[in-house]
Write a protein that binds this ligand. Sequence first.
Ligand code: DC
Length: 226
Amino acid sequence: MKEHLNIAIDGPSGAGKSTLAKALAQQLNIRYLDTGAMYRAMALFAIRSGVSVSDEPALKEILQDADIRVIYNERGQRVLLCGEDVTDGLRTQELAMGASTVSTHPCVRQKLAELQREVGRNYDVVMDGRDITTNVLPHTKHKFFVTASPEVRAERRLKELRARGNAEETLDRVLADIKARDHQDSSRAYMPLRKTDDSLLIDTSEMTVEEALNTLIHAINEKEAL
Ligand code: DC
């Protein structure tokens, strides 16, 4: 069986991972899997089921009914929750924090990581998230840790929110959210966000998207040539 090209990108929220991963996938003409969207869909499923994202026993009970699927159509990656396309509603602050909490539970992570591994086994793919280099695709030679300072990430996030018509958010609030999520994602007991020794660190604080993308492509080409 042909081994597929698997590119793993981890990093904290707002570091520019998804912009880079998407651009990279487009350039290489392969799939992009936004694993965060799957955790967001899981948080949405818990809320819809009336279950707290912190309640592990209750989550275990509803887990087998959480039918989360990722499909690709002319609009790109779409996340289906029990057959319904929920993609457009996933990028809210509530679901960001809900996903961060729901993702602390091993039962949730095991289920979603297995779905993600299956994508890696079947397709050439760029995947981004928090445990891709450590847990989902630990054997790939293409591993990256993309980060930026919390202040730069908060400014980028605020700009994105303003562009979407949200005029109420303040820099302080966005920065506090980012720090809370950083803390929860890197301090959880099971599969916390961390950089592996063999991941290339890319700090995008002072880089343009193009510069960061070139760094990634250069590193991938070098490894492929080995
Ligand atoms: O990348 P994002 O902001 O959409 O992710 C939302 C949350 O989901 C993030 O705060 C932590 C969790 N997550 C995770 O634990 N593992 C992943 N591979 C992706 C996301």
